[in-house]
Design a binder for this molecule. Structure first.
Ligand SMILES: C[S@@+](CC[C@H](N)C(=O)[O-])C[C@H]1O[C@@H](n2cnc3c(N)ncnc32)[C@H](O)[C@@H]1O
Length: 308
């Protein structure tokens, strides 16, 4: 993956997403999601075999595209703040981002582990095998990952095998974090998400930010978001917490292939409804964009292009 950063981008002031740029801010994410294939059954299984089989077939790749960017941000936070870097992954599922960031795995290796012949058939046996596997691997002790998801079985898997340090099973679209869960978010340095905006909206981000704690050390928020979903409502919510949002210009990230012609047609329709031409999606893939929100002073001191 190459990230295009022009001289202009590295020197210009951060681009905040203003209300004037909102396209479809009133969009109902549920409706936009309707034409997307439904993966609810594989999202919430006792182990990731079904998830890896189904999404591997569609070349699901956004955690892999995101990895170098998340790593660059972790590096920046490690040098500028303290160890360990406290990460909250919204819509973390089976802890794939944690596997890539904490254990240095590749996404293809992760998918192969759960789809290769010889994987135990029973969830308990998979769990035992994976607990031993991650126990034996060195993890990056300078990172702590808390995962938030509505899929309790996926969270249980990720926590039990050691991918996630803590898990929060709550739907923050409906209600704020419980007091116990607020403690797990308090002091967060970096909030990440891949493939989850659309399932979650600004409501979830507000609830996480409400618990983030220390105003003097507000977190970075790093989101990979499909082009068919407007990010302006989330950027506006984050602005209420003093964060400035920038979009990485001139680059998109492939998320996965369309499952079928119906899905492709639906995405093209949604993009056009937002006033966007599906020029990238012509290659048969969903495309995501990258947004980073940071405290205004930090955004001013280190432009996004420079940071990455
Ligand atoms: C496409 S998967 C992405 C998983 C992971 N981030 C990755 O890239 O592999 C979407 C995830 O969003 C989760 N999700 C759906 N609705 C949610 C909500 N309201 N709050 C938190 N997570 C949600 C699903 O359970 C699922 O794990």
């Amino acid at each position: 993956m190459s990230i295009a950063t022009s001289d202009e981008e590295t020197t210009r002031a951060p681009h905040k997403i203003h209300a004037a740029h909102k396209i479809g801010a009133e969009v109902n994410f549920g409706e936009v999601n309707e034409g997307k294939s439904d993966f609810d059954d594989i999202y919430n299984a006792p182990d990731p075999r079904g998830y890896c089989r189904a999404l591997g077939k569609l070349d699901y790749r956004i955690p892999s595209e995101a990895k170098p960017i998340f790593r660059a941000l972790i590096h920046a936070l490690q040098s500028g703040r303290h160890d360990p870097v406290h990460i909250v992954d919204i819509g973390c599922s089976y802890g794939i981002n944690a596997a890539l960031l904490k254990y240095g795995m590749n996404l293809s290796t992760f998918f192969e582990r759960y789809t290769a012949s010889g994987v135990p058939a029973l969830p308990d046996a998979v769990l035992r095998r994976e607990t031993a596997f991650f126990d034996d691997r060195n993890s990056d002790g300078a990172i702590e990952v808390v995962g938030i998801d509505v899929s309790g079985h996926a969270l249980d898997f990720a926590r039990t095998v050691g991918l996630l340090d803590h898990t929060i099973e709550q739907n923050l679209e409906d209600r704020p974090l419980t007091d116990a869960n607020r403690d797990l978010v308090d002091g967060v340095d970096l909030i990440i998400s891949t493939g989850c905006v659309g399932y979650v909206s600004d409501k979830t981000f507000r609830h996480v930010m409400d618990a983030a704690g220390d105003d003097n050390r507000a977190p970075y928020v790093a989101s990979f978001v499909l082009r068919m979903f407007p990010y302006a409502p989330i950027a506006d919510a984050l602005a209420d917490y003093g964060l400035v949002t920038e979009k990485l210009q001139d680059v998109t990230f492939r998320q996965r292939r369309f499952e079928n012609e119906d899905e492709r047609a639906h995405v093209f329709e949604q993009l056009r409804a937002r006033g966007l031409e599906p020029s990238f999606e012509d290659d048969g893939y969903y495309h995501a964009e990258f947004f980073l929100s940071r405290p205004a002073a930090e955004a001013k001191a280190r432009p996004l292009g420079y940071l990455l």
